[in-house]
Design a protein around this ligand. Structure first.
Ligand code: NAP
Ligand code: 8YV
Length: 318
């Protein structure tokens, strides 16, 4: 391997990341119109640092690729199974964002339940003076909380809801050794809870897990909070359930066709919308960027990464 292997960069990195990447690699930015570029130079690259996944057509044009270091814990935008089958190690950035994303989820829950945005508009518009006190909202105290995907972030959300006196329920593919109530059926769990937090990975395995039946089971007073991926919730069914009053309210950080958000959702008073900012603070994004670089530095040192995705664990042991 050359002293400074060639690294293909996808997306814009911070200055701090750029400095670290050039210290170990010959860094080349993937150009927007990349077909001809990859046909000519694709075989040069041993490594990828990506802020936005790796499209299949890019992966296919890199015959000597050995490692992908991806910014973010979710990697539904990288075909890790194909990568692993080609012996390419994929690394992501788990754990360093658990608390931040949980804070965002709880913020959405509080904002929806306590009607933060309509109440703020009431204050700002002068309605308080002309119409009087804002109508009463609903408490988040002592609620039945459901978590779809009790993983790293799901467990952090569960702990935070316990501070509000919640009784925690969860659904996943398997029961875990946790002091919470397990449901092997998502709709059954939805019918028992006041709020459903969605925090599974995206991708084919979880597409539209939250469908019309689940939303109906959550019910006219139920709240849906989605901080996972837009694909996990059937957005058409969500709009219909909210519009027809079959679901109470929703707090959404992620959408099926980002950055596009259905106009129907923008018009609803009982919905809080965020532009995928679950982990978006200076501190947490810095920690994620550091881990992207740590993974690449570790690979340079001994061919292993610090935080491989599960599909590549076996490659990291060699
Ligand atoms: P994780 O530790 O892997 O947890 C994911 C959980 O989802 C696991 O507990 C898993 O449990 C469950 N799960 C997976 N497939 C499932 C299925 N088909 N049905 C039901 N449950 C399923 O991942 P994490 O670190 O908590 O991150 C979770 C996701 O959050 C990421 O993949 C990403 O998409 C999203 N995220 C969003 C933001 C944001 O900015 N909004 C930020 C960070 C992460 P079982 O294996 O027991 O089923
Ligand atoms: C980031 C995320 O917004 O980690 C994830 O899976 O969705 C977020 O933390 C995203 O990865 C940045 O592009």
């Amino acid at each position: 391997m050359p002293e400074r292997p060639a690294l293909l960069q996808l997306g814009k990195v911070s200055e701090r990341m750029a400095e670290r990447l050039v210290a170990g690699f010959e860094v080349v930015q993937l150009p927007p119109d990349h077909e001809a570029f990859l046909a000519e130079r694709g075989s040069e690259f041993a490594a990828i640092a990506t802020m936005r996944g790796v499209p299949d057509d890019v992966l296919a044009e890199l015959p000597n690729l050995k490692v992908i270091s991806s910014f973010g814990v979710g990697y539904d935008n990288i075909d890790a199974v194909v990568a692993a089958s080609r012996g390419i190690l994929v690394a992501h950035t788990p754990d360093v964002l658990n608390d931040e994303v949980s804070d965002t989820a709880i913020m959405l829950w509080l904002a929806v339940s306590k009607e933060l945005l309509p109440a703020e508009r009431w204050a700002r518009s002068g309605a308080w003076e002309t119409k009087g006190a804002y109508p009463l909202a609903r408490t988040v105290r002592g609620r039945n909380v459901g978590i779809l995907g009790l993983g790293r972030i799901g467990q952090a959300i569960a702990k935070m809801t316990e501070m509000f006196g919640a009784k925690v329920h969860y659904h996943g593919r398997a029961r875990k050794n946790v002091p919470y109530l397990y449901f092997d059926d998502l709709a059954d769990m939805a019918s028992e809870v006041d709020v459903l937090f969605v925090i599974t990975p995206g991708g084919k395995g979880t597409r539209h897990l939250v469908n019309a039946e689940v939303l109906g089971a959550l019910g006219p007073k139920g709240i849906l909070i989605n901080v996972s991926r837009g694909s996990v919730v059937d957005e058409v069914a969500l709009v219909a359930a909210l519009r027809e009053g079959r679901l109470g309210a929703a707090g959404l950080d992620v959408f099926e066709d980002e950055p596009r958000i259905p106009d129907a959702l923008k018009d609803m008073e009982n919905v809080v919308l965020l532009p995928h900012i679950g982990s978006a603070t200076v501190e947490t994004r810095r920690a994620m960027g550091d881990l992207v670089c740590d993974n690449l530095d570790a690979w340079l040192a001994d061919g292993k990464v610090v935080t491989p995705v599960p599909e590549c664990l076996h490659l990291n042991r060699q």
